[in-house]
Design a binder for this molecule. Structure first.
Ligand code: PEP
Ligand code: MG
Length: 325
């Protein structure tokens, strides 16, 4: 039996047999905070920080970023706020960088690659996050990690940023948790190795799907090939969740795939621990999770993993959702 959405706002995201998952919000702008609170989120699972750098000629200085992160940290208190470091490039262009034109921007100098090449910009952001970390429960997440060396280098930069703050006598949370987005197939396939380096994973399916299926996420002409339910995508997701759990870290998802009710059953069944999505979808997903048992979801996921095409998976999951609600 389903409950009305408003009625479950303050109820836990828990299956009928007691498995609890975290439902968090994706945000891009600070003015989205009221909506996050209104929809009863357990925190922020993805804070896209690109907006700081958009529509302006200068770079945001440390203090400006610090104030914004501090505001988030204070607002959410004990609840986690995962700050994703600058994910520039790909479909996120920012004029003031005057970046060289690239033939394949999605496979080019973007996200963590750009940040590692511009330590001045990267460390300014890291120091701002670290300073704000004493005001709440902030975590740092790196986008577009494709291998363990990149991840280690990014972590070193965090350590350097900590040293710089220490030198200035400024407080920070020395134990701030660090996570990696898993959105490149090479990362998904080596997630056992990556898991030893971080406190959590968050699967970025918007990118993972495009890279796994070789389908540009912005190209309308081939949008029909962009299938979240493609067996290759499901296997990658399963691999990441299992590798994370073997290493005792939690695994979330902040790509759009996590906000689709029929897919939520599958993801729940695969063992996903955290679902992060636009606030407006949170209650709908909570409703699904509260309507099913973890045991049933696991069986459904297993059956879905045995199907041959994205279309078959889709049809199967849609009909399971219909049975449920
Ligand atoms: C993703 O790739 O799934 C993701 C959440 O990051 P973005 O959409 O900002 O690239
Ligand atoms: Mg991405």
């Amino acid at each position: 039996q389903t409950e009305t959405l408003a009625a479950i706002r303050n109820l836990p995201a828990q299956t009928t047999d007691g498995r609890h998952v975290t439902l968090a919000a994706n945000i891009e702008f600070p003015d989205e905070i009221p909506s996050v609170l209104e929809h009863g989120a357990d925190g922020v699972g993805l804070y896209r920080t690109e907006y700081f750098y958009m529509n302006r000629k200068d770079l945001p200085v440390e203090d400006e970023q610090f104030e914004a992160y501090k505001n988030l940290a204070t607002t959410f208190g004990d609840k986690p706020v995962i700050v994703r470091t600058l994910d520039l490039g790909g479909d996120k262009f920012i004029s003031q960088f005057n970046l060289p034109k690239e033939m394949s921007p999605f496979m080019g100098w973007r996200a963590i690659r750009f940040c590692l090449g511009r330590p001045d910009i990267f460390k300014t952001q890291l120091r701002a996050i670290l300073r704000a970390s004493v005001f709440g429960n902030l975590k740092i997440m790196f986008p577009m990690i494709s291998g363990v060396e990149e991840l280690r280098r990014a972590k070193e930069m965090v350590e350097e940023a900590k040293k710089e703050l220490k030198g200035r006598g400024i407080a920070y949370n020395a134990g701030i948790e660090i996570g990696a987005m898993i959105e490149v197939p090479s990362a998904a396939l080596t997630s056992d190795v990556l898991a030893r380096e971080v406190g959590f994973f968050s699967i970025g399916t918007n990118d993972l799907i495009q890279y796994a299926l070789a389908v540009d996420r912005t190209n309308e002409k081939i949008a029909y090939l962009y299938e979240p339910t493609h067996p290759a995508v499901l296997r990658l997701v399963k691999n990441v969740v299992e590798a994370g759990h073997r290493a005792n870290i939690w695994v979330g998802m902040c790509g759009e795939m996590s906000s689709e009710p029929s897919l939520a059953i599958l993801l729940l069944g695969l063992g996903l621990d955290e679902f992060s999505m636009p606030s407006a979808s949170l209650l709908e997903i909570k409703n699904v999770i509260r309507a099913i048992s973890y045991e049933t979801a696991k069986k459904i996921a297993e059956e879905a993993l045995g199907l041959a095409t994205g279309q078959e998976v889709n049809t199967f999951l849609t009909s399971r959702l219909k049975d449920l609600l």
